[in-house]
Design a protein around this ligand. Sequence first.
Ligand SMILES: *[C@@H]1O[C@H](CO)[C@@H](O)[C@H](O)[C@H]1NC(C)=O
Ligand SMILES: *[C@@H]1O[C@H](CO)[C@@H](O)[C@H](O)[C@H]1NC(C)=O
Ligand SMILES: *[C@@H]1O[C@H](CO)[C@@H](O)[C@H](O)[C@H]1NC(C)=O
Ligand SMILES: *[C@@H]1O[C@H](CO)[C@@H](O)[C@H](O)[C@H]1NC(C)=O
Ligand SMILES: *[C@@H]1O[C@H](CO)[C@@H](O)[C@H](O)[C@H]1NC(C)=O
Ligand SMILES: *[C@@H]1O[C@H](CO)[C@@H](O)[C@H](O)[C@H]1NC(C)=O
Ligand SMILES: *[C@@H]1O[C@H](CO)[C@@H](O)[C@H](O)[C@H]1NC(C)=O
Length: 546
Amino acid sequence: MLSVIILFPDVTTAQSMAFDTREATIDSVHHVLFSGLSTCREVVSAFLSRIEALNHHTNAIISLNPNALDIADSLDEALSAGNVTGPLFGIPILLKDNYDTIDVPTTGGNLALANSQPAEDAPSVIALKRAGAIILGKTNLHELALEGLSVSSLGGQTINPYDSTRTPGGSSGGTGAAVAASFSVFGTGTDTVNSLRSPASANSLFSIRPTRGLITRTGIIPISYTQDTIGPIVRTMKDVAVALTVMASTGYDEADNATALVPPSSRNFDYAAGLGNGTLKGLRLGVLNGFFNRTDGSETNPVNQAMDGMIRKLEDAGVMMVEIDEGIYNCTDIAILDTQRFEYRELMDAYLSHPSLSGKHPKTLRGLYARSGANGIGDFLVIPTQYEYVNTALASSTRNTTYTTIQSKISNITLALGSTFSRNNLDAIIYPEQKNLVVKIGFPSQTGRNGILAALTGSPVVTVPVGFSERSESAPVGVPIGMEILGRPWTEEKLLQIGYEVEKLGRVRRVPQWAKEVVEMKRYEKVPVVIPDTGNIPKVYPLGML
Ligand SMILES: *[C@@H]1O[C@H](CO)[C@@H](O)[C@H](O)[C@H]1NC(C)=O
Ligand SMILES: *[C@@H]1O[C@H](CO)[C@@H](O)[C@H](O)[C@H]1NC(C)=O
Ligand SMILES: *[C@@H]1O[C@H](CO)[C@@H](O)[C@H](O)[C@H]1NC(C)=O
Ligand SMILES: *[C@@H]1O[C@H](CO)[C@@H](O)[C@H](O)[C@H]1NC(C)=O
Ligand SMILES: *[C@@H]1O[C@H](CO)[C@@H](O)[C@H](O)[C@H]1NC(C)=O
Ligand SMILES: *[C@@H]1O[C@H](CO)[C@@H](O)[C@H](O)[C@H]1NC(C)=O
Ligand SMILES: *[C@@H]1O[C@H](CO)[C@@H](O)[C@H](O)[C@H]1NC(C)=O
């Protein structure tokens, strides 16, 4: 099913064939490019055709890059000159719309930033372009990445491609939905608490939240110095490893001092080279029992069944499971240490007032958050959970004494986590990304997620699909369920190897029902314009200020 190639009899180049975008990988794109079966322009056109035809199912795209076809043409010239450079040569990708690019505005999904135009690419974007990636466009996100529902005033509600009644997780939910539907080979996300992991979990995908500092956060709309990280969301572990290698090649960045902590062994590391060199046999994995909800219920049972099934498979493969019952691993308690409300305003003021940000936009968080428009209608959706802490962020700062106390408690929990690893001689710790299925559209928050431990401690996490709920009318292939594999800082290589072995164990990933459709490739003169559907925003989230 996945390797159908359709021959177009009317094409001018004799060898040319349409490229099947469905479940395409870096290798499958390179195969058609390097064997001369297809061109960069055709590969890009095939993905654009797919987005144009199918985006209405999910509303994942905020904007398309008007330069994408021209870039494809210049890569085709390089290809025919035998000048193929970079591990992502000709690979179409999508960026979460909080990554700065010179191609299109960086909106954060917020109406007030609709025209906010960076004059510089984020360093991570420069690295992706230098490796040969073609940026197709930007994806919707939860407005300013402040919650996990993936609804925004500019992009509307992104719909889970597996279940039209559910959210796609978040905040990188547009990337999750788009990658699940094969709108690109992979996409990028950001993660302040859960946001690279929740969309992977809810869309049957793989992702990595790297150790804090591994990839510079410069040029990304910020939230938290302590918690922000960026990374890829992908359909296969191999492509996660390639994408991470490229994104982490940014190295030390004076503008993000967390990058100074990268140890020499992790600098310019090729995560793909030794990906297959791991083994599950003999591994010791901790199971965080406090990160499950064992209450009987239709939203929790599928998660527990999928996790229990995966644990049995891992044991059969020779993994030693170590149950961790320490009371400190309680998300409700840990969440009190969240630093966002202290760090947000200072970082956002610096981002918004940066001289390289052009176009009409507010210059401070206060300005962004202030009422706009004569009729008193604001530029934000009112979602109680996120506005409560934006309100707090406007009043507090890193000079607040509570912040100092919180930072020392974070040091304490970081030490406790290290002790759990050492005492039990663990290779990694596992738990479900979310204790329940991803929430339905219209819920006030994405409850039950377990991302806070890695977020506060800066630990790396690989997220993998582990199963699905039962099929139902609204979810014809079931609702996806994901697992986190958390490691000690700078153990990305080991975590990726574990994820790769887990992927081979299960072959869990499924394609959304409607995304099985083959879309005929159009021959574009120019990149089409996709308008996000804001008419689908649930009525419970009005526009305006609290
Ligand atoms: C090959 O590509 C590199 C990077 O895109 C470029 O700098 C160089 O000029 C190209 N060389 C030739 C011979 O086209
Ligand atoms: C690191 O960068 C942050 C954010 O810019 C800043 O608040 C902090 O003072 C810096 N730390 C050091 C030691 O330079
Ligand atoms: C992976 O294993 C192969 C064969 O066992 C070895 O030649 C290679 O050096 C290893 N690669 C890495 C990056 O460790
Ligand atoms: C976590 O802590 C809260 C109180 O802060 C408590 O109500 C809850 O039962 C605890 N959860 C677990 C799994 O121990
Ligand atoms: C656990 O699940 C039950 C049933 O779905 C739910 O009522 C409860 O709020 C959940 N508890 C937590 C801590 O998520
Ligand atoms: C400290 O932060 C709290 C909220 O977290 C806020 O109520 C308080 O006003 C802040 N104090 C100062 C001095 O900023
Ligand atoms: C630090 O963590 C330990 C448990 O690991 C706990 O007993 C202690 O009270 C914590 N200290 C602070 C200041 O939170």
